[in-house]
Design a protein around this ligand. Structure first.
Ligand SMILES: NC(=O)c1ccc[n+]([C@@H]2O[C@H](COP(=O)([O-])OP(=O)(O)OC[C@H]3O[C@@H](n4cnc5c(N)ncnc54)[C@H](OP(=O)(O)O)[C@@H]3O)[C@@H](O)[C@H]2O)c1
Length: 212
C-alpha cells in the first residue's frame, strides 16, 4: 500500500515542522507556498529533495488549490486566522475528494477547565486582541464546519520552535479544552500529523501544551 499523501499549505514556523514530522513518518509530502526561494531557505536541499511536489501560488486561489490537491489524501494548513483561506481550503478539500483538513485555530476557541466557559473569557486580562482572535478563529472554524468535510482543528496557545519534540506530547493533548499557554512548533506538528494519519481527533477542537 502506498503511504498517505499529505499537502502542507504555507511553510512558516508550524508548516516547516509539519513537513519534517511528515517526512519522518514516511508520508508522501507536498507543499503549497507563495515563494519557492523562501521555501528552499527554510527547508534546505535534503528535505526539498524528499518532497513529492511543490506548488507555487496563493492558497486562496481555486486553480492553485486544485493543482496542489491532485492525488492528496489529507491537507494540513500552516496558516490560521484567515477566514477566506479557511473557506477556500475547505471548499477545495470537498471538491477534490480529499479525506480531511487539519487546521490551526487558536486556544481562545476551546473551553476552559470547567468545560462551560469559553476560554477567551479567561484570557481577557492579556489584552483586547483576545476577543478579536476568538472571533477570527471562530469564523475559520465556522467556515470549515459548514463545508461538510472531515476535519480536525488544532487550538494552540503561543507557538515557537524549541528544537525538538517532547517525548510525552500525547499525554498533553486536551479535547475541546485549553491545555496551556505554550506549545512548541515541534509538538504542534506531532498533533497535526497524528490527526492527519489517524481518526483519533476527527471533528474535534484539540489543544496541547509543551511542558518543561
Ligand atoms: N505562532 C503562534 O504563536 C500561534 C498561536 C496560535 C495560533 N497560531 C496560528 O497558527 C498559524 C501558524 O503559525 P506560524 O507561527 O507557523 O505562522 P507563520 O510562521 O507566519 O507561517 C504562516 C505561513 O503561511 C504562509 N501564507 C500566508 N498566506 C498565505 C497564502 N495566502 N497562501 C499560501 N501561504 C500563505 C506564509 O507564507 P509567506 O512566507 O509567503 O508569507 C507563512 O509561511 C498562524 O497563522 C496562526 O493563525 C499561531
Amino acid at each position: 500500500m502506498q503511504p498517505l499523501s499529505v499537502l502542507i499549505v504555507g511553510v512558516g514556523g508550524l508548516g516547516k515542522c509539519m513537513v519534517q514530522e511528515a517526512l519522518e513518518r514516511g508520508l508522501r509530502v507536498s507543499v503549497l507556498v507563495r515563494n519557492r526561494a523562501k521555501l528552499e531557505g527554510e527547508l534546505g536541499e535534503e528535505s526539498i529533495a524528499k518532497l513529492s511536489k511543490i506548488t507555487v501560488g496563493d492558497g486562496t486561489h481555486t486553480k492553485v488549490l486544485d493543482k496542489a490537491m491532485t492525488g492528496v489524501d489529507v491537507v494540513l494548513s500552516g496558516l490560521g486566522a484567515d477566514p477566506n483561506l479557511a473557506f477556500e481550503l475547505a471548499a477545495a478539500v470537498k471538491r477534490n475528494g480529499v479525506k480531511k483538513l487539519c487546521w490551526p485555530g487558536g486556544t481562545t476557541n476551546v473551553m476552559a477547565d470547567d468545560g462551560v466557559t469559553p476560554n477567551y473569557k479567561q484570557l481577557l486580562h492579556l489584552g483586547s486582541w483576545v476577543e478579536g482572535a476568538y472571533r477570527a478563529h471562530g469564523a475559520c472554524i465556522d467556515a470549515i464546519r459548514q463545508a461538510d468535510i472531515n476535519y480536525m482543528i488544532f487550538c494552540p496557545g503561543r507557538m515557537e520552535s524549541v528544537g525538538r519534540r517532547s517525548p510525552d506530547v500525547r499525554r498533553s493533548v486536551q479535547i475541546n479544552r485549553d491545555a496551556g499557554p505554550f506549545v512548541s512548533y515541534e509538538d504542534a506538528a506531532w498533533v497535526m500529523l497524528e490527526a492527519a494519519t489517524t481518526n483519533t481527533y476527527d471533528g474535534q477542537l484539540v489543544s496541547a501544551a509543551t511542558k518543561f
